[in-house]
Design a protein around this ligand. Sequence first.
Ligand code: SAH
Length: 271
Amino acid sequence: MSAIEKLMLAGDHRQPVRNGEVWLVGAGPGDAELLTLKALRVIRQADVVVFDRLVSPAVMALLPPEALRIDVGKSMGCHTLSQKQIDHLLVELALSGNRVVRLKGGDPFIFGRGGEEMVELQRHGVVCHVVPGITAGSGCAAASGIPLTHRDYAQSVRFVTGHCRNGEVNLDWRGLVSAGQTLVFYMGLTLSETIATQLIRHGMAAQTPLAIIERGTLPQQRVLTGTLSELPTLIARQRPVSPSLLVIGEVVSLYRAPAIVSEMPTEALTA
Ligand code: SAH
């Protein structure tokens, strides 16, 4: 028996749940090997899994075959279920006695509306556990070889949402432009032109290096690099698709495109 299997058995507390409970689980940025051991154990014990568009096929393959899967996948502007309906669904599933896993891309509490779901569950007296995940910002950057806070270049990092309501984005641009700070924009593709224009207008050098990490940690990952002023052209020419992140700051100059992809040999995870 492998060390991981022993650990999982030791943590297996499968007992009937009286009122049902919900586990808000972070699925990480995509590569299934970036799941935590705890996430894997909890997923394997689920009766029902309510999942998002961002959960990768590799992670979905780890769900127990008998678990009911409910896709509440959201892509920008196109919601399968409203947030209110998702909250309601989670409450109902739990109160009917199910062991519910709410599986979300990255970390459930980073731009994932996991906080709202937790509050709603608590309001209805449903026990809610949270299993953190590797958020796309740190996971995709690290896996691409971009050290977000290399101390020669950055003393802080900001995770920022580029999600807008009615085409408007309301950000503290002045606060975002600060020496020694790396910016990571989630959901920033649509607004990339505004992001570049506003940052430059508020004093960021047009030559600041930036990277677009498209489908980070997935087999289709692409890393596109350029400077802040080149952002609109980069997007027009390369047409990155969702999910993508923008990383802006001097640390991006440390990025080196991999010449040969070599990986440590690994045993494949099996369900
Ligand atoms: N809770 C998630 C973020 C949800 S917001 C987390 O912690 O990672 C969704 C945004 O995350 C996407 O629009 C994209 O900007 C980013 N994202 C998520 N997965 C990604 C990936 N594999 N590669 C690049 N960006 C990703």
